[in-house]
Structure formats: structure tokens, C-alpha cells
Design a binder for this molecule. Structure first.
Ligand code: GDP
Length: 432
């Protein structure tokens, strides 16, 4: 995205020797330029930049912050206000209907969504109700098969409403049903009628509009038209990776007051993420969501007497994993924490490793209880004969012990990366 320039604006603030009116004005101009280049609606750009300027020049610096951090905090908060809401779809039995114009990325997104929910443990199925585009059936079927997702479609049928009706009868046992509907090149009456009929039969919990980020500000007209026609609960922005105009779709969502649920960041089924406004803005500004992470760590640390400084900076041993597992029971699953980390974090983490069930936590603790102090502090020495001994001692299997060690190595890697990010001297103290 062209929003790279926002990071540069933040860098400019952190590098400046003094913070004065001239700097504020320069930064506000930089931000304006970046937002306009990203195709954000001009009215929004003005609202955001006016607010930043006004606050930066009038508000007193909060205790505990230096003037630079103060300005970055204001930029962060105003961008966050400007970006609108995110939509979190709860993990429970639901039906989702996707709508959008042809080529927006609906079919691909159907598969992405299905994989997302399947990975979260829901029994997920997809339905091809796109009888307009001949290849849609095969495309979705293939994608579903690749990811072990249940598929329903009727290749020869032209009756999308009937297909959905049949699908729902067949898919009663599934938690999450995602319906891919047909698009057209424009929002024509025929398409609207079909969407309304499908929605009547499917009674979806969420009607999500798939919007192509590349269309920039045209997204606004499109989103409005769909919303008026059938009522939209959320937006999925696709092709965020390939365009400098992503701001247009963000603007559109805010303009019609509809939350953004997900964004597509590539052609692959894995290139997909839940839209989290705070994390998103943090990443735009180049600081990741270390803020939320640090806050969480601090909060939990207080309860667990876990030293956050040490947690992030010290040598990371299995003893820390032990404490971490206890902390995690309060903090929530580690995957959630991962979702807060910045875009370019570059860590590909195996889902199985990160899936930390209560049962697994207990098992890991038992295994660690069977280790010697030396092994806990220096896990490198744990070779296969030690693994066998630990497994026997803890009543587990060598595979279990290896899994713990894999988990430890992954976490160690994360901590290393976090240290690097922190060294980037980005403002971490966003105290309210
Ligand atoms: P549909 O007509 O709305 O069902 O669109 P498709 O799902 O067939 O997608 C149209 C094209 O957009 C395909 O070539 C997809 O690979 C591509 N596409 C979909 N989502 C994304 C995305 O997030 N990023 C990129 N780069 N391409 C995407």
C-alpha cells in the first residue's frame, strides 16, 4: 500500500530533535499526502488531519510520555478513529452468505473463510450457489477438496435458490456454512432479485460483501448499492496486497458505517486475516501491535509475578515456558497473541504447535516436572536418551516431549523477533 509513507512520517517524528508547530504541520501534510495517495476519501482525510493537528498543538503531553510519543499517540488514535470498526464473527453455528461483483474475489474468499473457521475448530462447509460463472463450481470444489472442507454444489443446475435449499438440508451437521453466490459485472436487477431470494431461503447470520481493494474510491458506490439492495453486515476487502488504493475501500466501509470483517492479502487461501483496526493502524505506522502485547504481558505479569522485562529480554528457558503456560491460562490462547503481531513478522507457525488446549498445558507441565533443573535452564542438552527418560518419568510419550521442545523453540524464536522489534526504538508506552 502507498501507506508506507505513514511509517516515514512516524520515523520523522522519532528522529526529530524538537517537537514544535513546524514539525506538526509537516507531519500532518505528510499524512494527508499518504492518505490521499491511498485513495482515502478527501473528506475523511481532512477530518483525520484536522483532528491530529488540533490535538497535537493544543493537548498537554501526558505524564510518562515524551513529546514525540505524545504526537505519535495522537496520530495513532485519530487514524484508528478514522478507520472504522472491525467485525468479529463468533465461533459458533452460523451461516455466512457472500455477495459481490464478479471478479471481486468471492469464490477465493469463500475458501479462505472456510479454512479460517475450520482451523478454529468449526465443522465447516461451503456451498456453490454461483450458477452464473461456469467455472465457479469446479474452482470452489477444488479449493474445498484441497483443504478438506465439505462442498455442496449442483453442477448442472441453474437454480441457485434451489441449490441453497438442498445444501442446507444436506449440511445440517455443519457448524459453519459459507455460501458463495453469483456476481455480475454490475449490480443489476436480476442479481439483486437472486440475492434476495437466496437470503430468504438461507437466512444467513451474516451477509458479507466482498470488495476489491483495487477499485479505490469506487468501492464506496458499490458498497452503498449492495447495502441498499440487501443489507450488508460486514465487508471483506480483497486484493489488499496488489494495490496502492486500499484506503478507498476502508473509507467506503467507514462512510456507510459497516464494519470490516477480513482482508485478503494474496491469491493463496492462506493469505487472509481478520481485520483488527488497532493492529492494522499500528502496522501502518510501523510499530506492530507490540502495544497491546506489552500491555497484556504487563497485566498478566502483575498477577503472576512474572517480570515482563525478563520475559521479553532475558534468556528464554523452559522455566519461562512453565510460567508462560500458567500466564496463558489467564491471557488466552497464544494464537490470539500472534494475531497482534505486525505484518512483516515473518513467522510461519504451524497451527498444531500453537493450539494450546488445557489438556496440552497440563501435559507440558507434567513433562517439565520430570525434567532436571539443568534441563529446564538449558534445554539444548535434552537429547534422545533424555527425551526417553523424561517421557517415562512423566508417563507421556517421546512424541509429547518432542512437541514441548518444538513449542519451546517456536516461542524462543518469537521472543527473539520481539526483542529486535523493540530495539527499533518504537514508542511502546502508549499509556492512556
Ligand atoms: P469471483 O468472480 O468474485 O468469484 O472471483 P475469484 O474468487 O474467482 O477471484 C478473481 C481473481 O482475484 C482470482 O484470480 C483470484 O486469485 C484473485 N484474488 C482473490 N482474492 C485475492 C487477494 O486477496 N489478493 C490477490 N492478489 N488476488 C486475489
Amino acid at each position: 500500500m502507498a501507506l508506507e509513507a505513514l511509517k516515514e512520517a512516524v520515523r520523522k517524528i522519532t528522529r526529530s530533535a524538537t517537537v514544535d508547530k513546524a514539525l506538526v504541520e509537516e507531519i500532518v501534510k505528510d499524512i494527508q499526502r499518504a492518505l490521499i495517495k491511498a485513495d482515502v476519501n478527501v473528506r475523511h482525510v481532512k477530518e483525520i488531519s484536522d483532528a491530529i493537528k488540533k490535538r497535537a498543538l493544543s493537548e498537554e503531553v501526558l505524564e510518562g510520555l515524551n513529546p514525540r510519543e505524545h504526537i505519535i499517540k495522537i496520530v495513532y488514535e485519530e487514524l484508528l478513529k478514522g478507520i472504522g470498526e472491525g467485525l468479529e464473527i463468533p465461533l459458533k453455528k452460523s451461516k455466512i452468505m457472500l455477495v459481490g461483483l464478479q471478479g471481486s474475489g468471492k469464490t477465493t474468499t469463500t475458501a479462505k473463510l472456510a479454512k479460517y473457521f475450520k482451523d478454529k475448530g468449526l465443522r465447516t462447509a461451503v456451498v456453490c450457489a454461483d450458477t452464473w460463472r461456469p467455472a465457479a463450481y469446479d474452482q470452489l470444489k477444488q479449493l474445498a477438496e484441497n483443504y478438506g472442507i465439505a462442498f455442496y454444489g449442483e453442477r448442472e443446475s441453474k437454480d441457485a435458490v434451489k441449490i441453497v435449499e438442498n445444501a442446507l438440508k444436506k449440511l445440517k451437521d455443519y457448524d459453519m456454512i459459507i455460501i458463495d453466490t453469483a456476481g455480475r459485472h454490475a449490480l443489476e436487477k436480476e442479481l439483486i432479485d437472486e440475492m434476495i431470494e437466496i437470503a430468504k431461503v438461507a437466512n444467513p447470520d451474516y451477509k458479507l460483501l466482498v470488495l476489491d481493494a483495487a477499485i479505490g474510491q469506487l468501492a464506496s458506490k458499490q458498497a452503498k448499492a449492495f447495502h441498499e439492495a440487501i443489507g450488508i453486515d460486514g465487508i471483506i476487502i480483497t486484493k489488499f496486497d496488489g494495490t496502492a488504493k486500499g484506503g478507498g475501500a476502508l473509507s467506503a466501509a467507514r462512510e456507510i458505517g459497516i464494519p470490516i470483517a477480513f482482508i485478503g492479502t494474496g491469491e493463496k487461501v492462506e493469505d487472509f486475516e481478520r481485520f483488527d483496526p488497532a493492529g492494522f493502524v499500528s502496522r501502518l505506522l510501523g510499530m506492530g501491535d507490540i502495544k497491546a502485547l506489552i500491555e497484556k504481558v504487563e497485566r498478566v505479569a502483575k498477577q503472576e509475578e512474572l517480570d515482563p522485562e525478563k520475559f521479553l529480554k532475558g534468556t528464554f528457558t523452559l522455566k519461562d515456558i512453565y510460567k508462560q503456560i500458567e500466564a496463558m491460562q489467564k491471557m488466552g490462547p497464544i494464537k490470539k497473541i500472534f494475531e497482534l503481531l505486525p505484518f512483516g513478522f515473518g513467522l510461519k507457525v504451524d497451527d498444531n504447535i500453537m493450539e494450546m488446549t488445557q489438556e496440552k498445558m497440563k501435559k507440558f507441565k507434567v513433562i517439565m516436572d520430570s525434567m532436571t533443573e539443568e534441563e529446564l535452564l538449558n534445554p539444548k542438552i535434552i537429547d534422545s536418551s533424555r527425551i526417553r527418560r523424561i517421557a517415562i518419568g512423566s508417563g507421556t510419550t517421546p512424541q509429547d516431549v518432542k512437541e514441548l521442545l518444538r513449542y519451546y523453540r517456536t516461542m524462543k524464536n518469537v521472543m527473539k523477533k520481539m526483542k529486535k522489534l523493540e530495539k527499533g526504538k518504537l514508542p511502546l508506552k502508549f499509556k492512556k
